[in-house]
Ligand binder design. Structure first.
Ligand code: ZN
Ligand code: ZN
Ligand code: FE
Length: 757
């Protein structure tokens, strides 16, 4: 006995990264059990801590197995182990943690179905072809949770009573389904229903077969997804796709696709290794990819990219197993800009008119979440819309954020709450312009309060007095921190990278309320989390008709031309106004001359609008940010650029002269666009150097929706990195207004820490 004890060793293992709320402790338990080890596992502020003892060999294998066998939703940053004194535990236990806010860590995002569950759907009798198969490593989470503690009774699974077999799995700590709250099987779980004309069926094989037939026959099918309904149709039949556009009142905005698998996607799209990693990650986001071989033209209408995703629910896999076409359009089930439909009756009523059949299931979606959207630029993934499978994973900050509510901006709104040193961003809410979206916003804000045991004490919002998010913030009757839009963009990027210093901050986007009441958006700041100084900006140009220019970018073109070349542009440059009714152009010109409804803007987005209209790739737009997307899409790579005047006020007169010159010489618009992109890149680099000379600051932070432009971001990052600047751009958090709430939160937290609130 004595000899045996000598072989026992003990270790303290610390694992950091995304290891909480993803089934990590039961995983460690099972691994310890497999290797006959004793001790315990617990969550702490940094991640997971394991005290483990047993035979040395087994201890080594245990440590070696952690990374390759970890739950798919986890991501390990670092493992450290330290030999400690043996304490002779008699078992292995999962300890309740004392030092972390469990409210945060218990709510996991939804996780795409895991390979083991897909395997169970083939071989485990109770789960053969059962589309609600899940385990601790996969399945619905945030979308079904109503309250804490996270157990079945507090989810929308509460009405499904576990059968004895499921219960056995649920209560056996060695089972993969131990404490998997949504555990279910054929005998006890939810089921799908197909409504097609007068028919209705619950038989899953029939539903899959009918769905395949309908899609192959170019029909539109509404299918209930994880966080809301989708509308699906063949990705190869243009007429159907145009019909879908018409019926859901979505004129031009690109549709997302779902491919059968990676091989199918690679046949139609260019996918590099970084993009492959993103596309196949457990979050399965819609990934923006370059088109290799055209599918139906109406999917993204002349753009060179498309958003593609891979199956993530069991139903998707079952569908593609039978479906003869390798890709379908899979777009949010909603009308126009309303929130995605989640209610079954509403789906039957409203989506029933859009689709030829409706496939629903009887487990409710509690928290609506859209598919997330991401892309890769400069080898890094960039989340553009942070929703399904990302929310509500917390973002760790270096600041105390407790009890701060950040209301977000207006477009692609997300709000954010502070818990301890963590920030929890809401799912994508949408454009806060209609009543339905505002209801969704208010409801979600209230739900976050309850779910995370959050009581707001300070509210951060945009300075814009008319944003509905600002009004909501003010209606709470709490101390308010108003943040300048572009300062919040830069602070969002700083928070993501835990920066807390003076930086050169660039915020390029479409619109944001400025200190002087003008519309800002091409901004060069020197700032920290508390303060900002506007060092330089693009020249102010009238924005005739206000927001209307986003639909009619030719108005910005006219405004720029008028500003630089005078009153007679309509006669002098008549050829540039092809396709625009002369009457309209004259009216806009007279608005500018008289200064009627012409707010001033320094927006980079509006500059891109003007150039897109000028080179005639987008004179009128049918969706948000279409002009810059088209401009980027046509650009060819070159090293040429136009002249410009940088400085405190960036003057683009020479750039416009250059473009018009090129147009008159019939230079290809692809080259003009490439040269224009380079011009903006050069301006940025010049400005950054100039500001750095004055301030000695070497840290550069890039944010704002314009940095979703891949050419711009890549070239600016490459050039600045080459010249000894440390450059930070957004990756996990959107650089568009969807990420702004994080910046608002960080600013408020910093000001509070400084005693300014
Ligand atoms: Zn699973
Ligand atoms: Zn069961
Ligand atoms: Fe913005």
């Amino acid at each position: 006995m004595r000899k045996f004890q000598l072989m026992i060793k003990a270790q303290e293992i610390k694992i950091t990264g995304l290891v909480q709320g993803v089934g990590f402790r039961p995983f460690i338990y099972r691994l310890a059990h497999k290797h006959h080890l004793k001790g315990f596992v617990e969550n702490n502020n940094l991640g997971v801590r394991v005290i483990i003892e047993g035979i040395a060999n087994e201890l080594n294998s245990f440590t070696k197995d952690i990374i390759p066998e970890a739950p798919q939703a986890s991501s390990i940053d670092h493992i450290s182990s330290l030999e400690i004194a043996v304490r002779h535990f008699d078992s292995f236990a999962i300890e309740k943690s004392s030092s972390v806010s469990d409210a945060v860590t218990e709510v996991s995002p939804d996780i795409s179905v895991c390979p083991d569950c897909l395997n169970d759907m083939k071989y485990q009798e109770r789960r053969i072809n059962y589309p609600f198969t899940n385990c601790t490593n996969c399945g619905p989470r945030f979308t079904i949770i109503k309250d804490l503690p996270y157990d079945r009774a507090k989810t929308t699974m509460h009405e499904f009573e576990m059968c004895p077999e499921c219960n056995k799995e649920y209560t056996n700590v060695l089972d993969r389904r131990f404490h998997a709250q949504p555990v279910a099987c054929k005998n006890c779980g939810p089921e799908y229903t197909l409504y097609y004309k007068e028919h209705k069926t619950n038989d899953i094989s029939t539903i899959i077969d009918s769905c395949c037939n309908l899609l192959e026959q170019n029909k539109i099918v509404a299918i209930k997804g994880l966080g809301g309904y989708h509308l699906a149709c063949s990705a190869f039949h243009d007429t159907t796709i145009r019909q879908l556009r018409e019926r859901k009142n979505r004129e031009g905005k690109p549709f997302a696709l779902m491919f059968r698998d990676l091989d199918a996607a690679e046949e139609y799209l260019f996918i590099d290794n970084d993009e492959k990693e993103l596309l196949t990650s457990w979050q399965k986001p819609i990934t923006l990819l370059k088109i290799k071989k055209e599918l139906a033209p109406s999917i993204s209408i002349n753009l060179n990219t498309v958003g593609a995703m891979l199956p993530y629910m069991p139903f998707h896999y079952q569908l593609f197993e039978k479906l003869k076409i390798p890709a379908i359009v899979l777009t949010s089930g909603n009308i126009s800009d309303e929130p995605i439909v989640i209610d079954n009756n509403e789906a039957l009523e409203r989506l029933g008119h859009i689709s030829d059949a409706v496939i629903t299931y009887n487990r409710d979606i509690h928290n609506r979440t859209d598919d997330s959207v991401a892309m890769v630029t400069n080898g890094k993934s960039r989340v553009i819309r942070r929703s399904r499978s990302y929310v509500p994973s917390p973002i760790r900050l270096h600041l105390d954020t407790e009890s701060i509510f950040a209301a977000g901006a207006e477009l692609v709104n997300c709000f954010c709450i502070g818990k301890g040193n963590q920030a929890i961003m809401s799912q994508h809410i949408g454009d806060l312009k209609n009543l339905e979206t505002l209801d969704f916003y208010t409801e979600s804000a209230q739900r976050f309060e309850r779910l995370f045991r959050f009581k707001p004490e300070i509210v951060a919002c945009d300075m814009h007095p008319d944003y509905l998010s600002t009004r909501y913030a003010k209606s709470l009757g709490l101390p308010i921190v108003e943040t300048q839009h572009h300062h919040a963009h830069i602070a969002s990027c700083m928070a993501e990278h835990k920066l807390d210093e003076d930086v050169i901050g660039l915020s390029f986007d479409g619109t944001g309320y400025g200190d002087d009441g003008h519309i800002w958006g091409g901004e060069f700041f020197v700032c920290n989390l508390n303060n900002y100084q506007r060092m330089a900006h693009f020249e102010y140009i009238p924005q005739p008709g206000g927001d209307l220019v986003t639909k009619q970018p030719w108005r910005m073109m006219l405004s720029y031309l008028h500003h630089y070349f005078g009153n007679d542009i309509l006669t002098k440059h008549a050829n540039l106004f092809n396709g625009i009714p002369m009457q309209d152009a004259e009216m806009v010109l007279s608005m500018i001359e008289k200064g009627i409804n012409c707010p001033l803007t320094s927006s980079a987005g509006r500059l891109f609008d003007a150039v897109a209209a000028l080179i005639d790739v987008c004179k009128t737009a049918s969706y948000h940010a279409e002009p810059p997307m088209r401009l980027e899409s046509v650009a060819t790579d070159s090293s040429l650029f136009y002249p410009y005047e940088s400085g405190k006020i960036v003057n683009m007169k020479k750039t416009f002269e250059g473009i018009i010159n090129d147009l008159n010489q019939h230079v290809d618009v692809s080259l003009i666009s490439g040269k224009f992109h380079n011009t903006v890149v050069h301006i940025i680099v010049d400005q950054v150097r100039w500001i750095s000379e004055q301030t000695k600051i070497k840290t550069v932070v890039l944010s704002g929706g314009s940095f979703q432009n891949r050419i711009l971001l890549k070239k600016v990052e490459d050039l600045l990195n080459d010249s000894t600047f440390a450059v930070f751009s957004q990756s996990a958090i959107p650089s568009n207004d969807g990420g702004i709430a994080l910046g608002q939160l960080a600013i408020a937290a910093k000001r509070r820490a400084l005693g300014l609130i």
